[in-house]
Design a protein around this ligand. Structure first.
Ligand code: G3P
Ligand code: CA
Length: 269
């Protein structure tokens, strides 16, 4: 059934560059955040994981095969899991040439290097703690680096940082350690379970394929730990039709590899 027409939108959704502007530059590299910056996007999403020696690095897959030359540089180290390599080893890898020859020499950044670059660019961060079940202690390690780099100062915490994860327990830990930090739960929990998540999370961030106007309204009906309405950011929306569809759901933000395409589609004139 069609139901009542959705009310007219009064503002544009926030557009967040997924792994940087990853349609145009190798994902999760400094080149990708610089490309987002050049396109005029101040929110970037990334993924953080821990190396064998406990350094936070910015990479999506839990192994190095797809986005680096690890198999060639370290033959015999199958399955090339991030957690089995030191930061110094990962720093030797090429994380750009798989995407295009002009990016040869791009590196897997450490979280510290990444924060310094986006700080320089004056960008804001939606940081994903990736696969926390593999990395005991990753929440405290992440908070430590964020604090040391000034990202837990009050102005950053208020306006410039969100920590998200598919791991609800990971977010519970973040919230317990630093109740001031804004958090987002990835996935589409059942509506009946949303109030329990709202005790420690400020955003529910589902795949756009599992979202709907009804679901967004159910999330919006709740308040998070900071007494504000819960927000919804959907991922990963890369074309005009999907952008228009999710904007119609009333989402707060759209996470995209091609943020320029989404902004063009959803800008209210
Ligand atoms: O930001 C949401 C999105 O990144 C979650 O999925 O697999 O791309 O990290 P994934
Ligand atoms: Ca992610």
């Amino acid at each position: 059934t069609a139901g009542a027409p959705a009310p007219a939108r009064t503002r544009d959704p926030l557009v967040i560059s997924h792994r940087g502007a990853s349609a145009y530059a190798p994902e999760n590299t400094l080149a990708a955040v610089d490309r987002a910056d050049a396109l005029g996007f101040d929110w970037v999403e990334n993924d953080v994981q821990l190396t064998k020696d406990g350094v936070l690095v910015v990479i999506h897959d839990t192994d190095l095969k797809r986005t680096t030359d690890a198999e060639a540089v370290f033959p015999g180290r199958a399955p090339w899991a991030v957690k089995d390599f030191t930061a110094a080893e990962i720093a030797r890898l090429d994380a750009g040439s798989w995407f295009g020859a002009q990016y040869t020499g791009a590196r897997v950044p450490t979280l510290r290097q990444y924060l310094e670059r986006i700080g320089h660019n004056r960008q804001n961060l939606l940081l994903e703690i990736k696969s926390p079940e593999i990395y005991p202690g990753i929440e405290r390690a992440t908070l430590r680096v964020l604090r040391q780099e000034g990202w837990l100062d009050s102005s950053h915490v208020r306006d410039r940082l969100v920590i998200q994860s598919f791991g609800a327990n990971s977010l519970r830990t973040v919230h317990k350690e630093r109740p001031d930090v804004v958090t987002g739960l990835l996935g589409t929990p059942a509506v009946a379970d949303l109030p329990s998540y709202a005790e420690f999370t400020d955003e529910i961030n589902p795949s756009y394929t599992s979202a709907s106007g009804t679901y967004v309204a159910a999330v919006h009906a709740l308040k998070g730990p900071h007494h504000k309405r819960l927000r919804v950011n959907v991922w990963t929306v890369n074309n005009r039709a999907h952008a228009l569809r999710v904007a119609g759901y009333g989402v707060d933000g759209i996470i995209s590899n091609a943020p320029d395409v989404v902004r063009k589609a959803t800008a209210i004139r």
